[in-house]
Ligand binder design. Structure first.
Ligand code: ASP
Ligand code: MG
Length: 401
């Protein structure tokens, strides 16, 4: 098998951990697998580098930030290759540039443009283990770039796609993807399989195991992903195409996003262009609007409710202050949360949403907003009921069984 193994910051967080990673990589190589390793910086290192720069300047130049930040992954990549050599393996450390990763020039959040397979395959053919610094690339002009926070996942997936790896294993400090946050519901179960789309929904809903961009890229390039822990030998969660998710459970997981706020615009003028003006103003202020609900207009007026991240509430109020004439009243509520159920099986089942509503009703939890998609039902409720709602729904869809 040709596999890419990516190790996150906690997995390479100390010299002892790096030695343990080398052991694991060596085991795969001894089994006969061809292995490419991608590493993150030691946990905390990227933040420390940022802090140092901010002690010198409030607005450090982004080109130089990339030069600085890319160094964290260089350290772990070199140390991992040294640890592998010490175990008698034939390993070579490569920077993003040496691995051939070409990006655009948007410093600190560059997009990968090209990953040629040859610079890596060449080393594999020579029987070497290629250890690559994640999170970084180079522009066509030769400047070092980084891919945005958590970007090593993206490096791993892009490489796996380029060299047509059989599998891309993402090693972290959790065992995989769970039916819900185990800190909220201790009956949460690790999932064996989940589809790309379900993973994307769960990740954007706050179940952060993998960087979202990397899941999108894996879906596009059809890279099979496994997320698992580098701290034990348990099997992780396979993230793959929907066709390969045999059982297709109706609901795969329940997610909670506590950082939500709600804005209600009451009695808004009901004429063409109003929504465009309001959401245009929010877009210009780079506010991430999520759920939008508009009621059917009556007497030339309509109500418009939407959610935003609570951290963007003040900005939202500022962006909307010029709309006084087009509406009667604005109300804001930052004590809400969003609870969602996600599952590809919903597509072919009816009554899924109804069960959610009745389960919450039984506990007297009031639903403030509802939105649905093909594989997701989300409700906004009072924040203080968020964790209770997660437990109720986890049981209601038999996720603890
Ligand atoms: N070291 C980078 C970060 O902390 C990239 C990564 O860990 O994936 O964001
Ligand atoms: Mg990381």
């Amino acid at each position: 098998m040709l596999i890419v193994q990516k190790y996150g910051g906690t997995s390479v967080g100390s010299i002892e951990r790096i030695k343990a990673v080398a052991q694991r990589v060596k085991r795969a190589a001894d089994r006969g697998d061809q292995v490419v390793v991608v590493v993150s910086a030691m946990s905390g290192d990227t933040n420390n580098l940022i802090d140092m720069a901010l002690k010198i300047s409030k607005t450090p130049t982004t080109r130089e930030m990339d030069m600085l930040l890319s160094s964290g992954e260089r350290v772990t990549c070199a140390l991992t290759a040294i640890a592998l050599s010490e175990l008698g393996a034939n390993a070579i450390a490569l920077t993003g540039r040496q691995a051939g990763i070409v990006t655009d020039g948007v410093h600190t959040k560059a997009r990968i443009e090209e990953v040629p397979s040859e610079p890596i395959l060449k080393h594999l053919r020579e029987g070497k283990i290629a250890v690559i610094a994640g999170f970084q690339g180079i522009t066509r002009d030769g400047d070092v770039t980084t891919l945005g926070r958590g970007g090593s996942d993206l490096t791993a997936v892009a490489i796996a796609g380029a060299i047509k790896a059989d599998l891309c294993e993402i090693y972290t400090d959790v065992d995989g993807v769970y039916t819900t946050d185990p800190r909220i519901e201790d009956k949460a179960k690790k999932l064996d399989r989940i589809s790309y789309d379900e993973m994307l929904e769960l990740a954007s809903l706050g179940a952060k195991v993998l960087q979202n961009r990397s899941v999108e890229l894996a879906k596009k390039l059809r890279v099979k992903l496994v997320t698992r822990s580098s701290f034990n030998d348990r099997e992780g969660t396979l993230i793959t195409s929907e066709e390969e998710c045999m059982e297709k459970p109706i609901v795969s997981g329940v997610a909670l996003d506590k950082n939500q706020a709600r804005a209600s615009l009451i009695r808004v003028e009901d004429r063409p262009g109003v929504a465009a003006e309001i959401f245009g103003a929010l877009a210009s202020a780079a506010i991430n609007v999520d759920m939008i609900v508009q009621t059917i207009g009556r007497d030339g007026k309509t109500n418009l409710d939407f959610t935003i991240p609570s951290a963007e509430l003040e900005q939202t109020k500022r962006a909307l202050k010029d709309f006084g004439g087009a509406l009667d009243k604005q109300e804001f509520d930052d004590q809400v949360c969003k609870v969602s159920i996600v599952g590809v099986g919903m597509k072919s089942h009816s009554g899924v949403a109804a069960r959610l509503f009745s389960s919450l009703a039984k506990e007297n939890i009031n639903i403030l907003m509802i939105s649905t998609s093909e594989i997701k039902v989300s409700v906004v409720i009072e924040r203080k009921y968020g964790e209770l709602a997660v437990r109720i729904l986890h049981a209601a869809y038999d996720l603890d069984k």
